[in-house]
Design a protein. Sequence first.
Length: 197
Amino acid sequence: MQNSNINISNKQPAKSLLEGGRIYLIGYMGVGKTTVGKKLAKLLDIGFIDLDKFIESKYYKTVPELFIERGESEFRLIEQKTLKEVSEIENVVISTGGGTPCFFDNVELMNQTGITVYIQAEPEELAARLRTSKTVRPIVSGKAKEELYSFISNHLSERERFYTQAQIIYKTNHLVTKEDVHLTVDEIVSEIKKLQK
């Protein structure tokens, strides 16, 4: 029986990991892409790349610093170039930035070169996670509870049409404990195997 948290679309054929494919995790900031990605890569015994960290290591600047110094337009060009670069790496899980699928042909590239998984959560859950996150995110820092919720709701509604182009949509509102993460990873692997048949 299919888990009610999961929805599969048939937008693009999935590329098998056995053929050197990739798994791209997409979704809003704070949803748990990096946490899930690391566990998923470990379980599958393949590599893991956090796209933002990869960019930071190449440019010796944090993503917020690049945003401030170069502006969003130039950052998105850097992001696109870097995504194309990592899309040529075989057998890897790639955790993308929250905005990565929303610019240029990035989502099409990901669908063509691997399996895309949208980790989806409600605005309330995202707001709660971001309020307690140790990661510095200037775009949401300093916002009061209601202001943060409103910002996320509006931002998410703008991005949803890009996120939902993923081949697998995994809805989670309880990514708190290690058990939650393991369950999420197991269910995602199960759905990836179905796509590969």
